[in-house]
Design a protein around this ligand. Sequence first.
Ligand code: FAD
Length: 318
Amino acid sequence: MTALGRWGKVPSLMLRPFTLHRPRTAVEACELLARLGDDAAPYAGGTELLLLMKEGLARPRHLVDVKRIAGLDAIGEDGAGLVIGATVTHRALERSPLVKTRCPVMAEVARHVANVRVRNVGTVGGNLAFADPHSDLATLFLALDARVELISPHRRRQLPIADFVRGPWETARAPDELLATVRLTPWAGRVAAAYVKFGVYERPTLGIAVALQLEDGGDGGARVADARIAIGCVNPRPARVPGAEARLRGCAVAELEGASGAVAELAAASADPADDLHGSADYKREMVAVFTRRALGAAAARSRGAQPAARYPYAVVA
Ligand SMILES: Cc1cc2nc3c(=O)[nH]c(=O)nc-3n(C[C@H](O)[C@H](O)[C@H](O)COP(=O)(O)OP(=O)(O)OC[C@H]3O[C@@H](n4cnc5c(N)ncnc54)[C@H](O)[C@@H]3O)c2cc1C
């Protein structure tokens, strides 16, 4: 469904009256969504939804507050890996000792989302369910092979993030479904990852995520066993670059910097940008090349056990 639902545009900066429902369980919330249909929307931090409502772009008459649902704000582990509840805020993700230990790049990315006011109330689930193309989390989660878990009164299903985010403000979520958790299975062994973003507005113009799984190269050095590169913000939805990932597989860590030019060109060629206020399509394609090189450089430094030294204006190396 689209994040805007079927509500029409009404020019007003006032919130229209609505009924706030505060279910205590996920089942209760899903039953409300099923019963109220298009008249209802899940409501978490409200950083997107309330803006839309004030602008008259969304007019739900019922908000189903998901923040009081027990357990949905938890960050934990199961047998397969990390489980992040939908109502976990960016701030909680940034500060979680478990996330810092198991997936440090995620804590760093969360630290650079928006500003502290948005991070304090904005949630992981709200970010993904809104499917704004300028999402750092969706890009990072794509590179990390994350899956979302959706629940409804009658079923529970998991989808890879690539299948969940269908396009700008559009996801595979059915109206009576709730996004419950995001699940990540960290790669075994050594991993080096980096996320580089760039932007001059509140939301990023570009985000590049790189994750490298490392193995013993047999010659005393390490090499890349598997790789993920995801481009965010410039395409209608975050996209991986299979050609660039294939180029990196088997590459010795010592040769990563040398491969970065070819990898950056493959990434730029795969991009599908449009002209908008963030810049022209040509500009964005060029920036994809530049920032893929930088992200790979940061991941290469981490592969060697070093910290990336580079700092650029407006850019964040997480
Ligand atoms: C000024 C500003 C700057 C920003 N900068 C960045 C940035 O740099 N990087 C970035 O990644 N993001 C950025 N964002 C986006 C921000 O991350 C999101 O606004 C926030 O995470 C949304 O979460 P929320 O809980 O407030 O969602 P809400 O506003 O409550 O909901 C958003 C949408 O998701 C639906 N929804 C919410 N929770 C669920 C659920 N559990 N299941 C199903 N549907 C649900 C709602 O119905 C609604 O359609 C920015 C936002 C603002 C306002």
